[in-house]
Ligand binder design. Structure first.
Ligand SMILES: NC(=O)c1ccc[n+]([C@@H]2O[C@H](COP(=O)([O-])OP(=O)(O)OC[C@H]3O[C@@H](n4cnc5c(N)ncnc54)[C@H](O)[C@@H]3O)[C@@H](O)[C@H]2O)c1
Length: 258
């Protein structure tokens, strides 16, 4: 067997190659931080984009302060990656906010803000990153949707509307950019133990025991479990995973039992 045949026979790596250039929005904490840390630990070059400071960012990271609803902020971050690293391989549009509130009390401003950050912010991130990845003919665009892309829930109109939009945005771009070598996928996490969820628990908008009971695993998802799926999607092993919305929810959406 010659070398080429041998290498084709080897199962592709389920980890991104060292040196992978990734930008993660909402990278200061929670899921985004776990993704940034996981890629860093595998030798990736990380640009951490967030509204606020990114605590304890390792040396070598590009830390970009900005708002995902402002195209110029995103463009400035991508320009820094272009200058430092000559481009980008993985774009993770992750920043998002929650808006758990009964619909009849939800203000127009709260609705617009949720759609603006979660959906328009994801679109603007995709467009800035996609422009570069389409031109270079390779890359992965990843969104963080939610289990609420697929199911509804009381007091979640804006959040469900935005995340349904994010999931279908991923499918649309997967169709549009595949011919340019760019894959597009979305993660659909269940309830993850992050500040976003602790804040809702603290304000009485969620109940910890009910959350655990609803999941067949009887626990919340950990941020590093979501990051592990992002690593896989950015790896050679995922070369045919495109247009997928992947559940990382412990079986939450599979569970039809009360
Ligand atoms: N935690 C969960 O249970 C859960 C479940 C499913 C999906 N998600 C989604 O995962 C993503 C991350 O959630 P998380 O739980 O890590 O949240 P988090 O609140 O812990 O972190 C979100 C980060 O995004 C940043 N951010 C918010 N608005 C921004 C903006 N306009 N521009 C730039 N940065 C901004 C915040 O500063 C923060 O650092 C969100 O899209 C969320 O909807 C979370």
């Amino acid at each position: 067997m010659n070398d080429a045949a041998l290498s084709e026979d080897v199962t592709p790596s389920p980890l991104p190659p060292p040196g992978t250039r990734i930008i993660v929005t909402g990278a200061a904490q929670g899921i985004g931080r776990a993704v940034a840390d996981a890629f860093h630990a595998r030798g990736a070059r990380v640009c951490a984009f967030d509204l606020g400071p990114v605590p304890d960012a390792p040396e070598g990271w590009i830390v970009a302060r900005g708002n995902v609803t402002v195209a110029a902020d995103l463009e400035a971050a991508f320009a820094r990656m272009d200058e430092a690293w000559g481009g980008v391989d993985v774009v993770h549009a992750n920043a998002g906010i929650s808006a758990n509130k009964p619909t009849l009390d939800l203000t127009e401003d709260e609705w617009r803000r949720t759609i603006d950050v979660n959906l328009t912010g994801a679109f603007l991130t995709a467009q800035a990153g996609g422009r570069r990845m389409v031109a270079q003919g390779s890359g992965l665009l990843l969104f963080t949707a939610s289990l609420f892309h697929a199911v509804g829930g009381a007091a979640r109109a804006a959040y469900c509307g935005s995340k349904g939009g994010v999931a279908n945005l991923a499918r649309a771009l997967a169709c549009e950019w595949a011919e340019h070598g760019v894959r597009v996928n979305a993660l659909a996490p269940g309830y993850v133990e992050t500040a976003l969820v602790s804040d809702l628990l603290a304000r009485g908008r969620l109940d910890a025991a009910a959350l655990r009971h609803r999941s067949p695993q009887r626990r919340l998802v950990q941020p590093r479990e979501v990051a592990a799926m992002a690593l896989f999607l950015a790896s050679p092993a995922a070369s045919s995973v495109n247009g997928a919305v992947l559940s990382v929810d412990g079986g939450w959406t599979a569970n039809g039992a009360p």
